[in-house]
Every structure is written in C-alpha cells, then in structure tokens.
Write a protein that binds this ligand. Structure first.
Ligand code: XIL
Length: 337
C-alpha cells in the first residue's frame, strides 16, 4: 500500500484519479466541420489517467502539446533528442482522429541552456536545424505549427530573447521560411499572448503579419492565446481578430482559459462561463476563425495555479472532470451555431 502510493507519487500522478463522468454533450460533435475544438494536453495524465484520456479523446478534435514539443523538452542536451512525450501525443491524436497543433518552434522561454548560449550564425544554424528536424519528423501528422510564439513585449517592441539579441528582427521570417521548406502543407502560424484587444502589442502583431504577407513569407494564420480572467474579454476583441482575417489569414484561439481567484464562488463561475461563451461566440462570428483551443480542459491540470498562486479554476471541467457552467455554455454556443 505505502509502496503503491510512493510509486504513484514518484510518477507524479495525483492519487484520486477520477473516472470519466458522462458529460452533457460532446464539443467536437457540436462544432462539426465548422471549427476545430482543441485543448492543450499534458503528458503525465495522458500516460497515467484513464478518465483524462477518455474525455480528451471524446470531446476534442484538436490537441496541442502543453510542453512536449518545446525545445527544452525535446533536446535538453545538444544532439540528444527525446521524442517520447511528443510521439505519445501525436500517436494519441492519430488514433482518435484529432488534428495536432505543433507548439512551439521559436519562443523566448523553455529553451535548453545550450541554445541560450549560442551566438550569431551558430544560433541561426541551430534554429534552422531544430525546425527542420521537428517539422520534418511530424510531416503529415502535425497539421498546424505555432512557428513563432510571443514575439512582442506589451509595449509592442520585439521581446527580448536570445533570438532577438543574436539574430535581429529577421528571426521570425527565417523561422517561417525554414518551416515551409520542411513541410509544404502544414499551416504556419504566429501566436501571441495579450494581443487580443487593440493596443501597442496587437498593433505591432498586426504590422508583423502585414509585413510578412507583403514580402511573400509563408504565413497561414495568426493565433490569439486568450488567457483571460474574471475581468472579462477586452473591448475590441472581435474587431481586432477581424482585421487579421481581412488580411486573408486564418485566425485561431489557441490557449483560452479564464483564471479566477480561489476559491471561486458561484458568481465567479457564472462570470467565467460568460467569458468562455463570448470567446466561443467571437470565434464563430468570424468565418476565418478556424479553431478554438483551451489551455487544458480540467482544473486538475492547469498552469494557472502553478504560475499565479491564489488563482485557478480556469478551465471547463472541475478537478473530478465534471462539467462546470463554462462547459455547458460553450456547448450551447456550439450547438446553436
Ligand atoms: C505554459 C505551460 O502551460 C506550463 O506547463 C509551462 O510550465 C510553461 O508554459 N503561453 C504559451 C504556452 O505559449 O506555451 C505556455 O504554457 C503558457 C503561455
């Protein structure tokens, strides 16, 4: 018994793994072919928790690895690639008829230490090789890539990163071109946090998209993470997404969640449901909005309490995988589409 518990803890799995409960509907069925309904996926429960796997397979038509394809996870030591978690996710998706959003190729965070130490031409070479290797491995299996992630600071200047410092503004374009050489079919995206409403960051993001298109750089879509809170969906969200769509790009909600102060009372959960509802409605209202992805589907596994102490309960299902009001609201919006 004690040994059993210890083994569970060693594997990092929470003890009282819930069984899959019956949910009041199926998101991916309601969405039909109008849009993909996706979620970020964690490797631990994907390996260990039957209830998690069951809900994941049944409810979602698209999956995004929450961490498994980040450079630090794939190649902690130069040249020693660990594909185990990424392959597991891709295999699961193939088995369940789900699209994969590859996340992410070039980002300022979660890079291996050896990458952070590279200079100039060596860094450029390493980034190109990384992109070719990862995109090449999953050709025809990963339909969409977040090639560039979070390129801007909130004030609209380029985000400080090893790529920006060593390679200058051109790193984003170079990454997209390299990804295209490795997969002629995949949809190539840029993805940003906090660019949902007009403002310096969204404007810089828009200018980047325009510039890339004007110069013939391969770019198919633009991602909006949509990490929201009880303060709601910012004004101008829809109009902002529409101006990107008007460029001829697909748009996607890539990481939606709604963080609450813990413990959340009934009023907070109602407010949260309204925020999710508005996100879903906004995507449906925009023809080019092709996908609605949440950043985790159960409060059991969410980055919010891990990164924002005192906040949480940000997802559609509770810790027991039971439906929250937010789940019912999103389902209702998709049903009525
Ligand atoms: C987060 C994961 O959810 C965490 O598990 C990890 O510790 C840090 O990264 N924007 C992104 C995601 O593009 O990759 C981030 O994911 C959340 C913010």
């Amino acid at each position: 018994m004690v040994a059993g518990v210890a083994a569970l803890l060693l594997r990092g799995v929470k003890e009282d793994a819930p069984r899959a409960v019956t949910l009041p509907g199926v998101l991916r069925e309601e969405a039909g072919t109008r849009l993909a309904v996706g979620t970020a996926v964690r490797d631990e429960p994907l390996r260990e928790e039957r209830g998690y796997r069951t809900v994941l397979a049944r409810q979602f038509s698209s999956v995004t690895p929450e961490n498994a394809m980040k450079w630090a996870v794939l190649e902690p030591e130069r040249g020693k690639l660990d594909w185990s978690a990424a392959d597991r996710l891709v295999d699961f998706a193939v088995e369940h008829g789900q699209a994969v959003r590859g996340h992410t190729l070039v980002w300022y965070s979660q890079n291996p230490a050896w990458v952070e130490g590279l200079k100039g031409a060596q860094l450029r070479q390493a980034v190109r090789e990384h992109i070719r290797t990862v995109v090449g491995r999953y050709r025809r299996k990963v339909a969409v890539w977040d090639v560039v992630n979070e390129p801007f600071e909130d004030d609209g200047t380029r985000r400080k990163s090893v790529f920006q410092r060593e390679l200058g503004d051109g790193w984003a374009e170079d990454a997209l071109r390299t990804a295209r050489t490795a997969d002629a079919q995949a949809k190539l995206y840029i993805n940003e946090i906090g660019a949902e409403a007009p403002g310096p960051k969204a404007d810089a993001y828009f200018a980047l998209a325009q510039d890339l298109l004007a110069r013939g750089v391969p770019l198919d879509g633009v991602g909006f993470q949509a990490h929201f809170s009880e303060s709601g969906v910012p004004d101008g969200f829809r109009e902002n997404l529409e101006r990107f769509a008007a460029l001829g790009l697909d748009v996607a909600i890539t990481e939606a969640d709604v963080a609450l102060e813990e413990p959340a009372d009934a009023a907070a959960l109602r407010l949260q449901a309204r925020v999710y509802e508005e996100v879903a409605r906004t995507c449906l209202a925009i023809e080019r909005c092709v996908s609605l992805t949440v950043w985790g589907f159960t409060d059991r596994f969410s980055w919010i309490p891990e990164t924002q102490p005192g906040r949480g309960e940000a997802t559609l299902l509770d810790e027991r995988l039971g439906p929250k009001r937010a789940f019912r609201e999103v389902l209702r919006v998709l049903e009525g589409r």
